[in-house]
Design a protein around this ligand. Structure first.
Ligand SMILES: C[S@@+](CC[C@H](N)C(=O)[O-])C[C@H]1O[C@@H](n2cnc3c(N)ncnc32)[C@H](O)[C@@H]1O
Length: 301
């Protein structure tokens, strides 16, 4: 049977990418449900600890959640801590996994706010709903669907968060257009994701991204900015939160026959997790939409 990495190397089209992603995360959810950790969240899972998913949340955040929400954490940042969230806001988490960021955000927006978690993998949704039940949090709803086709109306969300998911999509333009569509004017995009910086030879890039788990491929920081701008966003910023060292990937790369020491100068400082912010502007077209909405319904609170 081919290894996960071999399958990934052969993956060419977006349907195959999506199937591979779904298989990978249903397996991760099953591991947590059967008493393990998705990867690095427990001391007993140290053998699979990696530089990407480890130590993202502080003890106060972890202590406030069911173990199975913490064990299922597969992100590369802590977007709900970095995002500005206020009481009463509506938040959407793209690719919510076991629900860790949804549950943390739900406490921040309080009972007058609401947090949606969107995920395409049934096993992750089941785990997230069970975590919500254990946490006793009401102002949360997990939705089944794809981040390329968000099942929410236009202008219905104040803040979009996401944690290491957009890099998994084979159609990132579509994801960003959908994010723009569902955000209200002045709504915020506040996402953790893996990005690359500068030139890296294609073969090396592919191997490093396999290590990071970026199945469809991470964007360069400049590409991310361009795509966000093309989707209509403004006030775009990309702030590195964790820059990966070649040492972090040594074992994985050496296993693949890569001469890690020779590779080091081409990799250092170029692969990172980052916090990506942007704002949906209030344009005159948006104002018209809001005015029409306010005059007929209660949707403008
Ligand atoms: C790397 S995990 C991150 C989970 C969660 N954000 C966290 O921090 O633990 C990726 C999650 O995104 C979901 N996912 C990946 N691609 C998706 C897509 N195109 N549409 C919806 N969900 C997707 C997977 O099912 C998985 O639960």
């Amino acid at each position: 049977m081919p290894t996960f990495a071999q399958v990934m190397e052969e993956v060419m089209d977006t349907t195959k990418v999506k199937e591979a992603v779904r298989d990978r995360y249903s397996e991760a959810a099953r591991r947590v449900t059967s008493g393990g950790a998705s990867c690095c969240a427990t001391p007993t899972a140290a053998s699979c600890c990696d530089a990407i998913t480890s130590n993202l949340y502080d003890n106060a955040q972890k202590d406030a959640l069911p173990d199975t929400a913490v064990f299922a954490s597969l992100g590369c940042g802590n977007p709900s801590a970095l995002a500005q969230l206020s009481e009463g806001e509506i938040v959407l988490d793209l690719g919510s996994g076991g629900g860790i960021d949804v549950l943390l955000s739900a406490r921040r927006v309080g009972p007058t706010g609401k947090v949606y978690g969107l995920d395409m993998t049934d096993e992750m949704l089941a785990l997230a709903r069970e975590n919500q039940r254990k946490a006793g949090i009401q102002n949360v709803e997990f939705l089944k669907g794809e981040i390329e086709h968000i099942p929410l109306p236009d202008n219905s969300v104040d803040v979009i968060i996401s944690n290491c998911v957009i890099n998994l999509s084979g159609d990132k333009d579509r994801v960003l257009q959908e994010a723009f569509r569902v955000l209200r004017p002045s709504g915020r995009f506040a996402v953790s994701d893996v990005v690359t910086r500068g030139e890296v030879p294609a073969e090396i890039r592919q191997k490093m991204l396999l290590w990071v788990g970026c199945i469809a491929g991470a964007l360069r920081d400049e590409e991310y900015t361009d795509k966000l701008a093309r989707a209509g966003f403004q006030s775009i910023g990309i702030e590195p939160t964790r820059v990966y060292a070649i040492e972090d990937a040594r074992e994985f790369l050496a296993d693949k026959g890569v001469d890690v020491d020779a590779l080091a100068p081409q990799v250092e400082g170029k692969f990172m997790s980052a916090f990506i912010r942007a704002v949906k502007p209030v344009t005159s077209a948006n104002k018209t939409v809001e005015a029409a909405c306010c005059s007929t319904t209660t949707c403008c609170s």
